[in-house]
Design a protein around this ligand. Sequence first.
Ligand code: GLP
Length: 265
Amino acid sequence: MVAVLHLPDTFVLERRSAPDALMEAVVDHWETHLRQRLKQMQPLPLGLATGRTMVPFYAALVRRLQAWSDAERNQLRHGWLSFNLDEYVGLGTRHPASFAAFMREHLGDALGLGPHQLRVPDGAAPNPDLEARCYRDSLLDAGGIGLQLLGLGSNGHVGFNEPPCEADAVCRCVQLCLATQQQNAGAFGGDAQQVPAQAITMGLSEILAAQEVHLIVTGASKATILERVFAAGCDPSLPASWLLRHPCVRLWVDDAALGVGVAAR
Ligand code: GLP
């Protein structure tokens, strides 16, 4: 059954049949954006995401950036500032399942980015609520997000904004749903009970304030939630649906996420 998405004019739907072709298309866009940033005096920070969806994206992006000249890559590195969406409470940056480790492995090490450029909330901070407030303050001091990358959780979350979630939720410490712990168990030896119960996440407020949002959704396992999110307007029980209110969203999907090729149920 092919997903039927009800998208407003503020959305651009970018569809490719295969995931590889989709990632190359996203990277085309990001490469252009990153080149434009080199010419700006004080570009706004990038908003970055983790998750399995993003692994092929960062791989394709790193490959592309390796073709840049040394001078361009140095310039990119010097001017880099990004804020990740979220981090598990209780995991330090050296924990292999932390999002800080994910970002170093998939992007930071290849580009030579330090932790002050590739920012991730500190999951090991003694006071997670305070850490969330400080993270938000740092982001606001830097001018807010320019281009925000997002994946889609199996329960409709973005970042770790678990349902129900209102559009004005700010960066904060949240309790994770069982569905999310199960979705992310792979990084914890397949055991959902090992997935931390809490996380620090940017809120819908900071996400919706980004100048431009890129939501990437791939694979047949996301087809049902993708259709639900964009079926019936904004709904706190589907946090990603608040993106319908954003003025500039690019939705990148492969055929599998649209349900193409999946037999009718
Ligand atoms: C995770 C993260 C999100 C991510 C989403 C999708 O729990 N907090 O930022 O985008 O869920 O993850 P995946 O790409 O692994 O399906």
